[in-house]
Design a protein around this ligand. Structure first.
Ligand code: ZN
Ligand code: ZN
Length: 342
C-alpha cells in the first residue's frame, strides 16, 4: 500500500510503498476513505510520544470501509462504513469495565502505538469494542474528524466540562478541536468566548457561534473575565501549551472547571497550575482524552438532528501527496484538513 512514512523524528515525510497490514484475531483492517491532519500527528512526528517506534506512519483520525476481518470479530463485515476513536480500548480492563474506554489500561492507538491512517489501509484492534458504524448521511470526509478532534471536543464540553445552558465557556485555541468545541458548546446553549492568534481562525470561530472572539496577543484573560461578568464557568485549553493552560485556569470564576484538551507533552515544557487559585476559588482541573465508542450515539444523534454540523468545519480536502506539507504546517491554516485521496 501507499503510506506516508518518517524514519526519524522531525525528519523527511515521504509517500512510499509499504507492506499491507493484516488484521489481529479481534481486529479489522480498514480501507481509509479519509483521515484528518491533527496536531497529535505533528506531536508523533516531532518525537513527543514515547509510544512511537521508527519507521512510522502517522494518522489517527479516520473513516473508511472494513476491508478484512479477524477470526474472532463478531459484529463487523467487509464493506461496513466505520470510524473508531483514536484510543482503541481493550474492553476488559477496569476502566473499560466502568465504561471509560478512553483511558483503557491496554489501549492501542493507530498512528502512535502502531502504524496509522496516512495510508491506504490501517489496522484497528478490538473491533467489536471500538468500531462505530457511520450513518449513511454522514460523508466519509466529515466522519474522519469524529475519530479524534470532534469527538474529543464533544466529550470535553458535555461529559467532562458538563457545560450547562447559559454558562460561559472559554475556548483557547481555535484549531480543529477548538472550533469543534465552540460548535458543541453553542449547540448545548452555552455562551462562548473564543481565543486565537490567527484572524482566519477567529473569523471561523465567530461564524461557528462564538459571542466574543479575542486575539491571544491582547492579554485576553482580563478581557474574558470582564466580558463574562467575573470569569467563565468552563475553560478549555484546546491548543495545549503551558501558557494557554494557565490562562484558561486564570479566567475561571469561583467553582469554575478547567478542561485540558490539547496535549501537553513534557517536551514542550510543564504547565504552571496556579494552585492558590484552585484552592481559593474551588476550581476543578480536569483532563479529557478522546471519547469511547460506546459514547458516540449521543453525538451521532445530534448530528443526525442537525444540531451539530461537523461538516461545516472541514475546510480542506487534500491528497496523501499533500499530507507531509499539511502535517509540518499544522495549525497554520484555519479549519479541519482531511486527506481524501490516496
Ligand atoms: Zn481496557
Ligand atoms: Zn487528533
Amino acid at each position: 500500500m501507499r503510506a506516508l512514512v518518517f524514519e526519524e523524528f522531525g525528519g523527511p515525510l515521504t509517500v512510499r510503498e509499504v507492506p499491507d497490514p493484516t488484521p489481529a484475531p479481534d481486529g479489522v483492517v480498514v480501507t481509509v476513505g479519509a483521515t484528518g491532519v491533527c496536531r497529535s500527528d505533528w506531536h508523533a512526528w516531532s518525537g513527543h510520544d514515547p509510544d512511537v517506534v521508527l519507521p512510522h506512519v502517522p494518522g489517527h483520525e479516520l473513516a473508511g470501509t472494513v476491508a478484512a476481518v479477524g477470526a474472532r470479530v463478531r459484529g463487523w463485515s467487509v464493506g461496513d462504513r466505520v470510524t473508531a476513536p483514536f484510543v482503541c480500548a481493550c474492553g476488559t480492563c477496569p476502566p473499560c469495565r466502568e465504561g471509560a474506554g478512553q483511558v483503557c489500561l491496554r489501549q492501542t492507538q493507530p498512528g502512535f502505538t502502531h502504524w496509522g491512517s496516512f495510508a491506504e489501509y490501517v489496522a484497528l484492534d478490538a473491533a467489536d469494542i471500538n468500531l462505530v458504524a457511520l450513518p449513511e448521511e454522514l460523508s466519509t470526509a466529515t466522519a474522519a474528524a469524529l475519530g479524534c478532534r470532534y469527538a474529543t471536543a464533544f466529550r470535553a464540553v458535555t461529559g467532562v466540562g458538563r457545560v450547562a445552558p447559559g454558562e460561559w465557556v472559554l475556548v483557547v485555541g481555535c484549531g480543529g478541536v477548538g472550533l469543534s468545541a465552540v460548535q458543541v458548546a453553542v449547540a448545548v446553549g452555552a455562551r462562548v468566548v473564543a481565543v486565537d492568534p490567527s484572524p482566519g481562525a477567529r473569523e471561523l470561530a465567530a461564524a461557528t457561534g462564538a459571542e466574543h472572539v479575542l486575539d491571544s496577543a491582547d492579554g485576553f484573560v482580563e478581557l474574558a473575565v470582564e466580558l463574562t461578568g467575573g470569569g467563565v464557568h468552563v475553560g478549555l485549553d484546546c491548543l495545549g501549551s503551558p501558557a494557554t493552560c494557565e490562562a484558561s485556569i486564570r479566567a475561571l470564576r469561583p467553582r469554575g472547571r478547567h478542561v485540558q484538551v490539547g496535549l501537553l507533552p513534557p517536551a514542550q515544557g510543564r504547565a504552571v497550575v496556579p494552585m492558590e487559585l484552585v484552592v481559593a476559588r474551588e476550581l476543578a482541573v480536569l483532563g479529557s482524552h478522546g471519547m469511547a465508542a460506546a459514547d458516540y450515539p449521543a453525538m451521532l444523534s445530534m448530528i443526525a438532528a442537525g444540531r451539530l454540523r461537523p461538516q461545516d468545519l472541514v475546510t480542506r480536502e487534500l491528497s496523501l501527496d499533500d499530507a507531509a506539507e499539511a502535517l509540518v504546517a499544522v495549525g497554520r491554516t484555519p479549519g479541519i484538513a482531511v486527506i481524501t485521496r490516496f
